[in-house]
Design a protein around this ligand. Structure first.
Ligand SMILES: C[C@@](CO)(OP(=O)(O)O)[C@H](O)COP(=O)(O)OP(=O)(O)OC[C@H]1O[C@@H](n2ccc(N)nc2=O)[C@H](O)[C@@H]1O
Ligand SMILES: Nc1ncnc2c1ncn2[C@@H]1O[C@H](COP(=O)(O)OP(=O)(O)O)[C@@H](O)[C@H]1O
Length: 289
């Protein structure tokens, strides 16, 4: 049987508002999430046992295969559905790791998509949804990998949104950022929700309208990331100084920053400009959807 294949796109938090901290210590979020044209690739060769092989430029930074989120998600599904058909996954890892673009979450979601396909299960099947939730906060939104508003700690998803075409450049300076440290640095007391959710009617009429609305939004994790990892400040500055950059903002808990541009040429030129001065950074012109 031929292997099944899917892409695991980078997740981008176009906005990320922290509303407060729940009594269990987790932070309550309100985020407009989109997905990039760039990402990892996952295949599944059906077989009697569950396994994983990895390759690609960032496979080693992702850690031991046994701890990979692909296997964690698959095992959580098998626990819920003991007879489920499995096989050996092959992950081609290209996205930077611990980078605020949910690479591991997207890989885990991709694994669940392939297992759902192999077993003729809808993505809305309770066992798939539960396995996604338990694997990590961002896995549920990565299951369909379509733009939407995400709330709570990722368990509340708005309807799929049709984004206008957004031309972006993603830049990661090659330093991992630990998500728990960034949340801790906010210093919010548990059990206190201070802000209300943002209106969920983002303008989707044109890229210009959406970018204008995004400029009034924030990533509340950006100041903490900039002080813990000063390279984030440099990436934000370098991107915002490129010609025609309409918005530069960090994604997730960092350190990846995205820049938004009017067209593919402006994005490609900005990417070339940054790569020329910082050849070791990960710089990707891409589309968001
Ligand atoms: C911040 C976001 C925004 O999309 O993206 P990334 O930076 O990871 O890409 C996510 O909410 C991250 O989700 P994910 O990376 O799955 O987080 P998890 O592994 O579940 O959580 C790691 C740790 O971060 C803290 N955490 C995470 C999410 C949240 N809403 N509040 C938290 O306080 C907790 O200390 C938790 O133990
Ligand atoms: N498939 C995977 N890809 C990336 N990281 C993984 C994967 N599986 C497990 N991990 C672990 O998950 C952690 C978070 O990685 P990642 O999803 O890349 O972070 P972020 O959401 O900040 O981009 C890393 O410390 C890494 O060791």
């Amino acid at each position: 049987m031929l292997p099944l294949a899917t892409r695991a796109p980078a997740k981008i938090n176009l906005s990320l508002h922290v509303l407060g901290r729940r009594a269990d210590g987790y932070h309550e979020l309100d985020s407009l999430v989109a997905f990039a044209g760039t990402g990892d690739r996952l295949t599944l060769r059906p077989g009697a046992t569950l396994g994983l092989q990895t390759s690609g430029p960032t496979a080693v930074s992702a850690g031991h295969d046994a701890d990979n989120l692909v296997l964690k998600a698959a095992r959580l599904l098998v626990e819920r559905m003991p007879g489920v058909k499995v096989g050996v996954f092959h992950l081609v890892k290209r996205l930077p790791v611990a980078a605020g673009i949910g690479g591991g979450s997207s890989d885990a979601a991709a694994a669940l998509r392939l297992l759902a396909r192999l077993n003729d299960l809808p993505l809305s099947h309770p066992a798939i949804v539960d396995a996604a939730r338990e694997t990590g906060a961002d896995v549920l939104v990565c299951l369909q990998a379509r733009a939407r508003v995400m709330r709570g700690t990722g368990e509340v998803l708005g309807p799929v949104l049709r984004l206008p075409r957004l031309f972006a450049v993603l830049v990661n300076p090659g330093v991992p950022v630990a998500t728990p440290e960034i949340f801790r640095a906010l210093g919010l007391p548990p059990g206190e929700i201070r802000r209300s959710p943002t209106a969920s009617d983002w303008p989707m009429t044109s890229a210009a309208d959406l970018v204008a609305a995004l400029r009034d939004a924030r990533n509340d994790l950006e100041p903490a990331a900039c002080s813990l990892q000063p390279l984030v400040t440099e990436v934000l500055r370098r991107l915002s100084e490129t010609p025609d950059c309409r918005l530069a903002r960090m994604s997730g808990s960092g350190a990846t920053v995205f820049g938004l541009f009017d067209d593919a040429d402006a994005a490609a030129a900005a990417a070339r400009q940054i790569q020329a001065v910082r050849p070791h950074w990960w710089v990707k012109p891409t589309m968001l959807r």
